[in-house]
Design a protein around this ligand. Structure first.
Ligand SMILES: Cc1cc2nc3c(=O)[nH]c(=O)nc-3n(C[C@H](O)[C@H](O)[C@H](O)COP(=O)(O)OP(=O)(O)OC[C@H]3O[C@@H](n4cnc5c(N)ncnc54)[C@H](O)[C@@H]3O)c2cc1C
Length: 412
């Protein structure tokens, strides 16, 4: 036990609370600085208020950023099983839905309350409404100096857990990047990840509100860059829902580099060209005398049917047998790949996660800065972002635990 070692955690989000609990558990005296009036505000909005805190399917393939290999090590060092044990030991019953893990209460507040009780139990000092703007290393004392409201406080180690820039109403405003830069760290360009795609075409107004199973293929400068299937949500400005969210960071980086970004939407994701041809052939032979509105009823959502018909240049009242093969070919092409131009993504205010951050090649396997020993990082401040499905919180827990334990014992 090392009660004399003083450790500061800057940022009391998921990563910061986990880091503080682990550091205190290893015997150090820990102080959290949190700019909000309470810790863990973002946790309350996760998983639509239910907190999808992890996922049984885990691996580096679920993560992006400069630290994929590092993420693998950290996620193994404090893995899903240990995360479940940790929360169970605090008193949380856990439930899984298709591998997605939630508190059995279905309340994100359960996760936050248990973390807060544990901070108390481990005598972690929590300073709220304390935004840290100044962090330096005092060469004389060989300690870190945090300047706050005219007071000075010195620490043997500091863990930066300020998050990125996503959802700044929960506190993560990018100020952690500026603190890291003062120690010479490179910040990989931050962009919104897990946010909706804003598209150019005016037709979205006609289908806003529709949810459907679809496959999205993202093309950057004419080449396929990524593909996702799931429940798509059409909005009046473009594409939302999980498949759009998963493609967001790829689109955002391409647009930042001024590359053209297109998406193709397949509304018949189980069909390829051949099976779509035969599906239409059979339908045409049985509906020859019917109007096109009747022909399409039952294929997908009515608003989508109408939109695609219009884009194919076919009238709803036209009889099936009067529609030309060329018009049917256009219609089939639209069902299998409606093309849309991606102009942007929703901004950080409406993003769930921030891609980019502290370059992971500049930290050790214990998440300590290679530029300033004793300075550690955990959570979204690092250039690692996960897919939708509990991966970002798992990264916060795993990285917080690894950095917290290392900071307590000064593992390099
Ligand atoms: C709406 C929404 C839903 C989400 N749902 C899920 C989900 O279901 N599953 C999942 O895995 N992930 C989800 N996420 C993502 C997940 O919440 C984050 O990846 C995770 O919380 C990041 O944790 P963090 O501790 O690194 O950063 P944050 O949670 O952003 O915490 C950073 C903390 O640092 C504080 N801070 C910042 N700068 C300073 C400073 N200078 N001084 C003092 N304090 C500072 C902030 O106030 C904040 O409390 C969701 C995110 C959002 C916005």
């Amino acid at each position: 036990m090392n009660m004399s070692r003083q450790v500061a955690v800057i940022g009391g989000g998921a990563a910061g609370m986990m880091a503080a609990i682990q550091t205190a558990g290893a015997g150090a005296a820990v102080t959290i600085y949190e700019k909000n009036d309470r810790v863990g505000k973002k946790i309350l909005s996760t998983g639509n208020g239910r907190c999808n805190f992890s996922n049984e399917a885990m691996g580096k393939e679920f993560y992006h950023g400069s630290g994929k290999a590092l993420a693998d090590e950290i996620l193994s060092a404090f893995d899903v099983a240990r995360t479940k044990d940790f929360f169970s030991s605090l008193g949380m019953r856990i439930k899984a839905r298709d591998g997605y893990l939630y508190p059995a209460s279905d309340q994100a507040s359960t996760v936050l309350d248990l973390l807060r009780y544990e901070l108390d139990r481990r005598h972690v000092t929590v300073h709220t409404e304390e935004a840290v703007r100044s962090l330096s290393f005092d060469e004389g004392r060989k300690q870190f100096l945090i300047g706050r409201r005219g007071k000075e406080a010195f620490y043997d180690a500091v863990i930066l857990c300020c998050g990125g820039k996503a959802a700044p109403n929960t506190g993560s405003d990018g100020s952690g990047f500026r603190l890291a830069e003062r120690f010479g760290h490179r910040i990989v360009r931050p962009v919104p990840a897990l946010a909706a795609l804003v598209c150019k075409e005016p037709f979205y107004k006609q289908v806003a509100g529709v949810r459907c199973d679809a496959e999205l293929t993202l093309q950057v400068a004419g080449k396929e860059a990524a593909r996702e299937r799931g429940e798509l949500q059409l909005t009046d400005y473009g594409l939302s829902g999980i498949p759009a969210f998963q493609l967001c960071r790829t689109a955002a980086y391409a647009l930042l580099d001024k590359k053209p970004v297109m998406a193709q939407v397949s509304f018949l994701p189980d069909f390829d060209k051949a099976s779509c041809d035969s599906f239409f052939r059979e339908r045409i032979s049985s509906h020859g005398e019917d109007g096109m509105d009747m022909f399409l009823t039952g294929i997908v959502n009515k608003k989508i049917n109408r939109l695609l018909l219009k884009l194919a240049g076919i009238r709803e009242t036209e009889r099936v047998k009067d529609v030309s093969p060329a018009a049917f070919a256009r219609l089939k092409g639209l069902y299998l790949g409606l093309e849309t131009t991606v102009m942007g993504t929703n901004d950080f205010d409406r993003a769930q996660v921030c891609a980019g951050g502290v370059d992971c090649s500049e930290v050790t396997e214990y998440l300590m800065s290679k530029k300033r020993p004793g300075l550690y990082f955990a959570g979204e401040i690092l250039d690692i972002d996960g897919l939708c499905g509990g991966y970002n919180l798992q990264w916060a827990w795993s990285s917080g635990a690894v950095a917290g334990r290392a900071a307590a014992s000064d593992i390099m």
